[in-house]
Write a protein that binds this ligand. Structure first.
Ligand SMILES: [Zn+2]
Length: 73
């Protein structure tokens, strides 16, 4: 069993739940939860406390923020 996979807490205000999912499954887990519990509304989301850090990780990993211009000065 591999336990060193990075896991990400998903929190849902309406369900008052917190679920940890592997980073690889994050998008799927969010989609599935919101589709099944909330009619597709984006209620559940990544724990805001780590969202910023995650954004950095994911951005580095996937180049998600390529379109964001680098501001200097
Ligand atoms: Zn929910």
């Amino acid at each position: 069993m591999s336990t060193d996979e990075p896991s990400v807490p998903i929190v849902c205000d309406e369900c008052e739940t917190e679920t940890r999912v592997p980073l690889d499954d994050l998008a799927d887990a969010l989609d599935k939860h919101n589709a099944q519990k909330h009619d597709g509304e984006a209620v559940a989301e990544v724990d805001p406390a780590i969202k910023d850090r995650l954004a950095d990780l994911v951005a580095e990993d996937l180049g998600l923020f390529d379109e964001e211009a680098v501001e200097e000065g």
